[in-house]
Structures are given as structure tokens and as C-alpha cells.
Design a protein around this ligand. Structure first.
Ligand code: ADP
Length: 444
């Protein structure tokens, strides 16, 4: 690419210079010709007048040779005069000289008359000195032009090399960085300070590299988290199975307890797999909400039905507060239902017996607002910004029925985002938490 840029640059400069020189040369030459024609016209007229007056005054060409020399000196021409019979009567270079040099650049034949009667002819030729001046004119022009042309060409070469370098160098760097990324080194960043398009390309490249690094980090974390989350329940199940197989758990009561515990772990595994599936679907971006007109009351009612057994088991009051006269909304009802269920399940899980979890729905500023509120343990401020991250758990040591996969809120945030909305949390430790989902009016 650099070679092509340089080449096109040189061709362009070369053609421009050639055209410029040619035009300037032609223009100067034309002015010179015009000047010379005017000069010739004046001097030949003076010459003719002088010769004709001489003829009239002297009644013939007698002694005109002396006159011709001084006339030639004034005009700078070589003049030859012949009478009406074609006899040579005078010549600037002497009587015997060749009458005219018809090969010269300038050659004129002037008919001489006296009282409208032909008296002879004057042949006018440029002097050798003038011819030399004329001939050197073109050389002089070229000599004046050449140095400037070379200076311009030199400058063009230096600038061209510099320009080509400044364009191709960042591209070469980008290509090298791309190779590094292809080899798995995602941390690579390139210099992208320039304020032009190349700088913008560099910044976009850096963004892409940073994005890839993030994706790679998330992929590693996901594999680590999933394998860890699978391992814990599987280890517990294996422990009980070993106990049952080798006879350590022998009596019926212990066996029933072991099966119940294994059932909890299997449910936990199923929950994890479902959540992972949901995360993968959200990631793939192909779950763009199957929007259909839905009744918010119905969605909330279904969530209540699913969550009531959990709440009753923990003796928690589960209530709903859906504003009257809510319009039908354009949402993916099953996704919104799942999101609300995740939030209610969290509320129940993190609230002590005797507590309360409430789901509210309303339209505020032409936005659909859903609120899930509890008066449970609350979330410390330092965790509030991170709970929407995948696999983030406030208490990672928690396991068993009270523990989740750490994906519930990530899924909820993904669903809100799919609907063009967002989810926020307000919480105070030991006072409770409030999750608010705001969906824009496109959902109304
Ligand atoms: P999990 O499935 O583990 O509950 P989530 O993504 O739903 O994962 O929640 C992330 C963390 O946020 C949980 O570990 C929990 O500690 C905290 N959390 C979520 N909801 C509440 C709540 N209503 N009250 C207190 N803590 C909560």
C-alpha cells in the first residue's frame, strides 16, 4: 500500500509539474513572440520609409550602401536592397555578400515604392546576434524553470514518503496487534491519539480488543463458576450415594433423609441449568421479547401463584398491589413473569419469617413501573452495584435451599434491557430491599 501511495503521489506531482512548466513556458514564449512582432513591424516601417525617402531624395539608389549600414545598426537587421531589375544595390554585410539568409527565423520581403511606382525590394533578415539571443531564450527559460521544478519534486518526494508512512504505519501496527489477538493475547492496545480517521480506527480497534478481553475473561469466569456450582451439589449427592451403597446409611429414616437431601441438590442443579440456559438465550440475543398485548394483573397473579408455596413455607406475607385501570402492555409476558418471580423468590429467601414481600405495578410518566419490595435482611451498599453481575453472590459460602445460582438478578437485568428498560435497587441492611423495573412507553 505504501508503494502504491508513493507511486500515485509521484505520478500526480510529475504530471502537475510538467503541465505547469509547459503552460508557463508557452505563455512566456507567446508574449515574447508578440513583443518581437511589434518590434519588427515598427523597425521595418522605419526602414522602408528611410529607403523610399532616400530614393526620392537621390533620384536613384546611388550611394545607398553607406545608408544601409547605419539603418542596420539602428534596427539590428541584415538588410539587402535590390532595384526593380533585381540588381543588388546594397547589403549590410557588404556589396558582395549573399543577399538574404532565407533559413533564418525572420525573413521579410518588403516592396519599395516611390509615388506608387515600384523602385525595388528590401530583404530583411535577423542579425546573427539577434538570432543568438532568440535561440538562447528557450534555453534560458528551461534553465530558470529546472531548479524550481527539482526543488518542488524533492519536496513532494519527502512529503509523499512522510504522508505514506503516517498512513501505513498505524495500519501495520494494527495488523500486528490483530495477529497478537488471534494468538490469544487480548490485552494488546495500540497508539491511537491522532484526531483523524486513522486515530478513530485505532480507538475502535482498542475498544474491540478490550471487548474481546472482557468476553474472554467472562468466558473463563463462567467455566470456573459453573464447574464450581456443579461440583458442590454433585459432591453432596455422591456422599449420600456412597453412604447408601456401602451400608453406612442403613436404617430407613436415615435413608429417607439422604434422599430428601439429594432431592434438594438435584433441584438446585436443575435451577442452575435453567438459569444458565436463560443466560445463554439472553446472550444469543434471539429472545427479543415475543411482544404481545398482555394484562399486567394476569402476569402478577401468575407470579403470586408460583411463589405462594415458598412464601407460606417461610411464613412470609406475599401481597400484590396492581394499580387499577392499567392498560394492556406490549411485553414478553413469560420473560417479565420470570423476572418478577426471580425478584419475589429472592425477597422471600432473604426475609425472615413474619416478614413481607410486595409486588406493585403502575404507570408513571408514561412508563410501566414494577416494584418488588421486602422488609428482609437488605443488601450492604458495597454489594448493591455488583449484585446484577453474573454469579455474584453476597454470601458465596451459602449453600443448600437458601442459596441461589447468582444468576437470578443478571437474568432480570437482561430481561429489562431486552424491553428497553432498566432495573435498579434501593436497599438498607436489616430494613429491606426494593427492586424497581422501569419499562419505557414503547411497551405500553
Ligand atoms: P441468587 O440466585 O444467588 O439469589 P441473584 O443474582 O438473584 O442470585 O442475587 C445476587 C445476590 O444478591 C444474592 O447472593 C443475594 O445475596 C443478593 N440479593 C438478591 N436479592 C436480595 C434481596 N431481596 N434481599 C437481600 N439480598 C438480596
Amino acid at each position: 500500500m505504501r508503494r502504491r501511495l508513493l507511486l500515485s503521489n509521484f505520478v500526480l506531482i510529475g504530471v502537475t509539474l510538467a503541465l505547469l512548466s509547459f503552460t508557463a513556458f508557452q505563455a512566456t514564449r507567446r508574449s515574447f513572440e508578440t513583443f518581437r512582432a511589434a518590434h519588427t513591424a515598427v523597425h521595418t516601417q522605419v526602414l522602408m520609409d528611410a529607403l523610399e525617402q532616400y530614393y526620392v531624395a537621390q533620384q536613384g539608389w546611388e550611394g545607398v550602401q553607406n545608408e544601409i549600414v547605419s539603418l542596420s545598426l539602428v534596427s539590428g537587421y541584415v538588410v539587402t536592397v535590390v532595384d526593380v531589375n533585381g540588381e543588388l544595390v546594397a547589403n549590410t554585410l557588404g556589396r558582395g555578400a549573399e543577399p538574404v539568409n532565407q533559413d533564418g527565423a525572420l525573413f521579410l520581403e518588403l516592396a519599395l515604392t516611390a509615388a506608387q511606382t515600384p523602385i525595388g525590394t528590401a530583404y530583411v533578415d535577423q542579425s546573427v546576434e539577434l538570432e543568438a539571443v532568440d535561440a538562447s531564450f528557450s534555453d534560458d527559460l528551461v534553465r530558470e524553470f529546472l531548479p524550481s521544478a527539482f526543488i518542488v519534486l524533492g519536496l513532494a518526494v519527502v512529503l509523499g514518503v512522510f504522508l505514506a508512512r503516517s498512513i501505513t504505519q498505524p495500519l501495520v501496527e494494527m495488523q500486528e496487534a490483530a495477529v497478537e489477538i488471534a494468538q490469544g493475547r487480548y490485552g494488546v492496545q495500540i497508539e491511537a491519539q491522532r484526531p483523524d480517521e486513522i486515530g478513530a480506527l485505532g480507538r475502535a480497534f482498542n475498544q474491540m480488543a478490550a471487548g474481546l478481553a472482557d468476553v474472554e475473561r467472562m468466558r473463563r469466569e463462567l467455566v470456573m463458576n459453573v464447574s464450581h456450582d456443579l461440583r458442590t451439589p454433585l459432591t453432596i449427592i455422591k456422599g449420600y450415594l456412597d453412604g447408601l451403597l456401602n451400608g453406612q446409611i442403613a436404617d430407613r429414616r436415615s435413608a429417607e433423609q439422604a434422599f430428601a437431601a439429594m432431592n434438594v441438590e438435584v433441584n438446585h442443579l436443575l435451577h442452575l441449568v435453567d438459569d444458565l440456559n436463560e443466560v445463554a438465550r439472553l446472550d444469543a440475543g434471539n429472545v427479543v421479547a415475543q411482544r404481545e398485548l398482555a394484562d399486567v394483573n394476569m402476569i402478577v397473579e401468575e407470579v403470586m401463584m408460583r411463589a405462594r408455596p415458598l412464601a407460606e413455607r417461610k411464613q412470609i406475607a406475599l401481597t400484590a398491589d396492581v394499580a387499577a385501570g392499567l392498560p394492556a402492555v406490549r411485553v414478553d409476558a413469560s420473560q417479565i413473569g420470570q423476572m418478577l418471580f426471580n425478584l419475589v423468590e429472592n425477597g422471600v429467601r432473604h426475609t425472615a419469617a413474619g416478614g413481607r414481600v410486595n409486588v406493585a405495578a403502575m404507570v408513571l410518566d408514561q412508563q410501566l413501573v414494577l416494584v418488588v419490595e421486602d422488609d428482609g435482611e437488605g443488601i450492604a451498599a458495597e454489594h448493591q452495584t455488583r449484585i446484577f453481575e453474573r454469579f455474584y453472590r453476597v454470601d458465596p459460602t451459602r449453600h443448600g435451599e437458601g442459596a441461589g445460582s447468582g444468576l437470578g438478578l443478571a437474568i432480570a437485568a437482561g430481561v429489562a434491557e431486552m424491553h428497553g428498560g432498566q432495573i435498579t435497587v434501593e436497599s438498607e441492611e436489616k430494613r429491606g430491599s426494593r427492586f424497581t423495573i422501569t419499562l419505557p412507553k414503547t411497551n405500553l
